[in-house]
Write a protein that binds this ligand. Sequence first.
Ligand code: GLC
Length: 724
Amino acid sequence: MVFVAQPNSAVLVYRFGSPIETGAFVSEPKDWQWRTGALPAEWSVSGLEGKGFSINMPLQSNDSIVGLGQHVGGVNCRGSSFRMYSTDCPVHIPSLRAMYGAHPFMIILRERPIGIFIDSPGEISLDAGASTRGMLTAKVSTAGFYLTVIEGDSAADIVSSYLTLVGEPFIPPRWAFGYHQSRWSYGNEGAVREIAQKLGEHDIPCDVIHMDIHYMRDYKVFTINTDSFPNLPKLSSDLREKGIRLISIIDPGVKIEDGYSVYEEGKQKGYFCQRADGKGAFVGAVWPGPSVFPDFFREDVRDWWGKLYVRLQSEGFAGFWNDMNEPSIFYTPDAFKEYARKVRGFDERNEFSEALSNLIWDKGLTNQESYYDEFVHDVNGERVPNREVHNLFGTLMTRATAEALAAEDESKRYFLLSRSSYPGMHRYAAIWTGDNHSWWEHLSLNIQMLISLNLSGFMFCGADTGGFGGDCTPEMLIRWTQLGAFSPFFRNHAALWARNQEPWVFDDETLALCRSGIKMRYALLPYIYSEFVKSASTRTPFIRGLFLDYKDAETRLDEDQFLCGPSLLVAPVVRPAVHGRHVYLPGSRWLKVKASEQGLDAEGVVPSGESFVSAALHEIPLYVAFGGLIPMTAPRRHTSNTCPSRYKLIGFTDSSAECAVLLDDGEARYSTWQSYPKFICSVKKVNDEWKCDVRFESTEPQQLELEIELWDSSGAKRTLAWRR
Ligand code: GLC
């Protein structure tokens, strides 16, 4: 029997078996009106032997499949297969099936597109026409699930309905839209101060420095190594005076060590995940060695864990970064013993054999599948194996942090970043795409993931600029910084073993071009910040594949360019040693603009279609959409609580254009887009005369000066000024 509910117009939710509630929906399925009903024509759901379900959804020959959030591969997922099972995956190669986040929401693009969300916290494998071209098959491993089917006229409509169901995306404070500098690790006070000083010396705008695991004492979460950081509050306040905030990493693994307060308290209160065989707390090794893991499925544990962040905040941290929360497990003591026993056996014999070959090519100890069968969670009083609810572990850790930070000061927004995620978590935190590499392929992947994650509601996202693993090159850093400048989360971060990749470590040209890219980001903040907040609050992706706004069939093939907000098309260079690239411009005409430290300068009107565009190392192909009006300002060293009073706007229209610029303090929380303090600038042609009108919402600034440059489709330019 299939149960159906219609929580929203155009949205049907089907219930199969007995699903575990994941918290993905903003209103609880138990409150919906269920009735029996039929699936869409030709779809079928069948029970699998043992447990689980198979969902079959026939595909038409021209269907594309987009969404699925974090995954390796194209924006169009058709022809590939995926495993939605949160996994620490240090190398993102094409054959990788599972990543840190599990995002089982997708849209089939066809004449009348259809949205699909499979809500189940256990593993879901998805064959998007990889085995049978005409069939999309999902295998759900749990005893029940919710299947959401969304109808809409366009993919944008479907995303909007989906976000009505699962809630609006996380909006961080404005300072989080600035540039973040990071590496694993700036391991002592001197190193952090030096980074701040170099940023200043080289005139590189920056708002945040990240503190990776070495700030802790022996990787014990919520501790500070006071030998390396003797006075963190002082360091933090000195940096705040320079406009820089500190963010600290936190992992879920709690080191087993007598006398360590977090361990002792959690042990005494029974807060850690228990072994499935009933023999006490489950032990897995991560950075601190043997560790225990809080059972985030329990409300009391989340409450306890969240308060630990609030305490750490008083050391001077402005935000937090939850890592390793799939959870990553390097080994269990038993698996390690077994491995060592096998190795010793071969050592004594010292001869090659098939068994030795198997051991050498073995996947190794990290994140073995069996570890996740060895521990259970307390889900509403029932012992549930991790595997059944696996994809929620990181989300619930992050929910614990988010709820505590929000409760600290309900009037303000907080900053929180998480590696693992599941739908629903997009309401609490930002995500990044994990341990990418300094590979050119990963610049392309960065674009593809920005598009897919934005479609899936994870809008404040980004990849490690410059690449995490491997050695970045000067050219790659320049190109990646040019791309990162349009990414909501913009952080340069590198692995312990990677060479340094701060903007100044290579040569003068690299420094100058990275600085220019970062300054351009700051100049464009009025546009990027305002449009991001508008997108998130009005349930529209901020980074968009061209197919979202344009109907031409070619746009579905474009995976290396994107729209940043509604009006700016970005075509980053993602290959080495080239001086240009092919660009496809949909629609009618575009205004080509040139990026500079001061923002954008118009170059002229260009027709739509495909062309080869020159892009020397200092150039990023950028275009303003017809009807667009882009506000910018002189770049500052850091974001600030006070908004500038002078703006330059570039518009491209024959009749009218409008843009909104937020004038809030960058931190206050507002429940709707309408309630944010802002000005709205409208330009309009009346009887051959251009008029500018500015209206204010929830604010009345003393001073405001606008200089507006307007281009029309014939290539004619006019300037207007407005002031109060
Ligand atoms: C993980 C994270 C990475 C971090 C490292 C050390 O690999 O993905 O960003 O730098 O752990 O904490």
